[in-house]
Every structure is written in structure tokens, then in C-alpha cells.
Write a new protein. Sequence first.
Length: 139
Amino acid sequence: MKSYRKELWFNVPTRRAFINITHQVEDCLRESKIKEGMCLVNAMHITASVFINDDESGLHHDYETWLENLAPHEPVSQYRHNATGEDNGDAHLKRQVMGREVVVAVTEGKLDFGTWERIFYGEFDGRRRKRVLVKIIGE
């Protein structure tokens, strides 16, 4: 069995964003030369997420609205976490809802997706460098 590991780095200039990282993950799969196996894509920060869904702007807007209603950024004083001097209590909750990682089957050297599935990096407390781990195992 082969194993491949790579870190993808992102520096999102805004507090929140959804970035389609499917092509970067596909590049990793090509580099790995693995044809059959599993691909893990994992946000390495506790205020960021990796998830799979459709790359449709209306859906991304709906996510933004839904998450902000669920865990609004302001007032920052509503979160006990922010008493530590942080202002990102909401980002931790948004990450919890959107998820830490995804696993995608690798079949015949390709990510084995459903029709509209794409991989996204969700940033909830940006404006600094953060990383995503891509780990592929198989043959």
C-alpha cells in the first residue's frame, strides 16, 4: 500500500469564505499515482472546515445566511470563549456544524464523486494562513 501526504495552504483575506478546492485535491491524487484507495481532506484549524456539496453560488449564500443565524459573529460578548481575548467564538461553532474533514473513495485514479459533488474549504475566521491536509492511501 502507498501513502501520500500534502498540505494545502490558504490565506483568506476575509473573515469567512467557501473555496472550491476540488482541483487542488485532484492534483494531489495525480501526484500520488494511487489508483484505488481513499482520500482524506482535513481542515487543520479549529475555525475552518472541509465539506462536500454543490458549487452553486445560491447555496453558498444560503450557507452563509444559515450559519450566521445559527451562530452570529456579533455581539462577540455573547460567547464565553471570547472572554479570553478572542473574537472568534462563532467560528468554532460554525466549524462544528460544517465538519472537520471528508473522505472520498479513489476509483481508477479519480475521486469517486456523485454528480454535483465538490470539495470545499470553509473559512470562518480568516485573515491569516491556514492549512488543509490531504492524505491518500491505496495502491
